[in-house]
Ligand binder design. Structure first.
Ligand code: PLP
Length: 395
């Protein structure tokens, strides 16, 4: 039946999300054409190792509390229980970063926060790096916002710069270490964005979902940069640092000093969350707290170290073959240049046909990703080692 209602026309501005379905289609065809081939998936953006023991123990205990009248809990506070907000604040504190618990808003993940925060803004120019995690662009397109892509390239190590930008009052999305490129801002690189925001009255939305993978002396939080508390919101997640992709917990930091048009931003976010969000389950919040306290973090970081070794294996092969890449060092992602001048999809097909290895074509993350390819470190060590051997032969 054809209804007489109007739908949101802006959804027609969002391109069909065919990347992962197209990959699945081609992998299925390859598997059917040669059932004996051992296909290795290095395209996966999801974690594969289990939650840390400290996390599951805390969640088991919380489940038992929920089963007793005296300790049962109903609706959780919209912004997170104080124990979780304190644990997040303490986590920042252990890196020497001062983020008061009252400025932390817990949520069911970074993707939701990235998409939902659009609600609190009006009609601004939106700056989004290319290539990038697609949620920033798509959520702004769905809301009918004016978006401008910031092209990045090999020359800038796939990191956007504010050079040459004119105008004011932008909302700028930055992600470091980045997805899909794994590239991480230096302090100076990030400072240039904070200075730009301060100069132009712009707001930075900083996605630090991969902070746990930082090994070099690069920022893991935007608040390591002087002035960021006046112009930056930070969104983070336990998905990649503690394996919470299926458990769901993230947070948004909105410094109370940030105002626009005389209105503190955090007031709008509190109003938005109180209206449309009803908090994360108590059991999950206890697990998240445990993941952020020293023992849970130590255990979770063992998984991160495992993924890091995989990333180093991939990077080693690319270095030996003289192939340009970013990432791997501060990231589970390795963003490589396709060899022999191939396009992203041509290299995808070559790698799948000749090596039975699956990666992700860079063109799927934006125009500037054409000619590049993303490999991830979330597989098993054995499979990654075998895939790297096969990859190296093709380079
Ligand atoms: N931000 C970036 C840059 C990501 O790559 C991802 C997931 O891949 C997310 C956020 C999503 O995080 P969450 O699982 O907390 O929604």
């Amino acid at each position: 039946m054809e209804l007489k209602i109007k739908t949101n026309d802006n959804f027609s501005r969002v391109s069909e999300s065919y990347l992962f379905s197209e990959i699945a289609k081609r992998v299925k065809a390859r598997a059917e054409s040669d059932p004996s081939a051992k296909i290795i998936r290095l395209g996966i953006g999801d974690v594969t190792l289990p939650l840390a023991p400290a996390v599951t123990e805390a969640m088991e205990k919380a489940v038992r509390e929920m089963g007793k009248k005296e300790t049962f809990r109903g609706y959780a506070p919209e912004y997170g229980y104080d124990f979780l907000r304190e644990a997040i604040s303490g986590h920042y504190g252990r890196f020497g970063i001062d983020v008061p618990a009252a400025e932390i808003y817990a949520s069911d993940g970074a993707k939701c926060d990235c998409g939902n925060i659009v609600d609190i803004f009006g009609d601004n120019g939106i700056l989004i790096p290319d290539p990038v995690y697609p949620v920033y662009l798509d959520s702004n397109l769905m809301a009918g916002r004016r978006t401008t892509l910031l092209p990045t390239s090999e020359e800038t190590g796939f990191l956007p710069t504010p050079d040459g930008l004119t105008g004011e009052g932008y909302i700028v999305y930055l992600c470091s270490p980045g997805n899909p490129t794994g590239a991480a801002f230096t302090r100076d690189g990030l400072k240039s964005w904070v200075d730009f925001a301060a100069r132009t009255g712009s707001l930075i939305i900083y996605d630090s979902a991969y902070e746990a993978f930082v090994t070099e002396d690069v920022p893991r939080s935007v608040y390591e940069i002087e002035g960021a508390r006046e112009c930056a919101v930070e969104i983070c997640s336990l998905s990649k640092s503690a394996g919470f992709t299926g458990t769901r917990c993230g947070w948004c930091v909105i410094p109370h000093s940030i105002k626009a048009g005389g209105v503190p931003l955090y007031k709008l976010w509190e109003r938005r969350q109180a209206t449309k969000f009803n908090g994360i389950p108590y059991v999950v919040q206890r697990g998240a707290e445990a993941a952020l306290l020293p023992e849970g973090r130590r255990q979770s970081m063992e998984n991160v170290a495992y993924y890091r070794k995989n990333a180093a294996l991939i990077a080693g092969a690319l270095r030996r073959r003289g192939v340009f890449f970013t990432g791997a060092v501060n990231s589970p992602y390795v963003w490589m240049k396709c060899p022999h001048g191939l396009t992203s999809w041509e290299f995808f097909d070559l790698l799948l046909d000749r090596a039975a290895v699956v990666g992700t074509p860079g063109a799927g993350f934006g125009k500037c990703g054409e000619g590049y390819f993303r490999l991830t470190a979330f597989g098993s060590a054995e499979a990654t080692e075998e895939a790297v051997g096969r990859l190296e032969k093709l380079l």
